[in-house]
Write a protein of this length. Structure first.
Ligand SMILES: Nc1ncnc2c1ncn2[C@@H]1O[C@H](COP(=O)(O)OP(=O)(O)OP(=O)(O)O)[C@@H](O)[C@H]1O
Length: 258
């Protein structure tokens, strides 16, 4: 049954001390589609992606990738599974001491043992895909604007053409035109490479542009999941309030009563 899904997270829970961040989160990610996770700040979206990536160990639940429960696998197998995933972290997470092209080519050179000579042209081509010219390749991250660093992070995520792509707020800090370019690129990765994409974003324009499926998380659980075409008629008051950015509604009431 899970084989229809590239990723199946079931009953995933994670607490940090007394803070219960994920409380039995269930998320099914269809193969070769673009899933977008929406939800308020601090609701556990990044923590869930990090659990799937194996960077955070959940307290309970199952996480299957291609039908394999990764939580039951040993370190080597987990590493192999992680190789399938390209990730754009929220802050870019670039290596300051490496040049831009070395950052982009990092996975190619470390994971696939490609020589610098072979990897550099691929890095330059990926930089081109995110709208950065070859002159940027030899710079260091500190010499770039925040938006440019984000695009470098994106080029790094897609460099190895992974089967799974995670994007944590890919358009935050970008101007609207560049955000459009990045949204197109995410769609292109899914359409042309057949990748399975999971994106976290607060940008509703982006949601409508890139999502096949939308999942909304609230208080550590997924409370609605459906095709993008049904988002406006979800019949869920929490979803409605969130997508329209209304101050009043069940979410605000929860905040006030907290
Ligand atoms: N390693 C950690 N140790 C302790 N607390 C953590 C850790 N990682 C995350 N948290 C806490 O878990 C909660 C959820 O964090 P998370 O980054 O998943 O939120 P988010 O939904 O991605 O929010 P945003 O939209 O603001 O990025 C936060 O309160 C955060 O402080």
């Amino acid at each position: 049954m899970s084989a229809d899904y590239k990723i199946a997270a079931r009953g995933v829970s994670k607490s940090f001390g007394r803070k219960h961040v994920l409380r039995g989160a269930d998320l099914l990610v269809p193969r070769g589609q673009s899933t977008v996770i929406i939800g308020g700040s601090g609701t556990g979206k990044s923590v869930l992606l990090k659990c799937i990536l194996g960077l955070i160990e959940p307290d309970a639940g199952r996480i299957e990738i291609d039908g394999v429960d990764i939580l039951k696998e040993g370190p080597r197998s987990r590493r192999d599974i992680r190789q399938k995933i390209g990730m754009l972290f929220q802050g870019g997470a670039l290596f300051d001491s490496l040049r831009v092209w070395e950052n982009v080519a990092f996975g190619l050179m470390q994971g696939e043992r490609m020589s610098a000579r072979d990897a550099k042209p691929i890095a330059v081509q990926k930089l081109g895909q995110v709208g950065l010219g070859p002159d940027v390749a030899d710079l260091f991250p500190a010499e770039l604007s925040g938006g440019m660093q984000k695009r470098v992070g994106l080029a790094r995520a897609i460099a190895r053409e992974p089967e799974i792509l995670f994007f944590d707020e890919p358009t935050t800090g970008l101007d609207p035109i560049m955000a459009g370019v990045i949204n197109d690129l995410i769609r292109q990765c899914v359409a042309d490479l057949g990748a399975t994409a999971v994106t976290i974003t607060h940008d509703m324009t982006s949601v409508r542009h890139i999502a096949d499926q939308v999942a909304m998380i609230y208080q550590g659980q997924f409370i609605w999941c459906g095709p993008i075409g049904e988002l406006d008629q979800s019949g869920n008051a929490y979803v409605d309030q969130f997508i329209h950015g209304r101050a009043d509604g069940p979410i605000a009431l929860q905040v006030r009563s907290a």
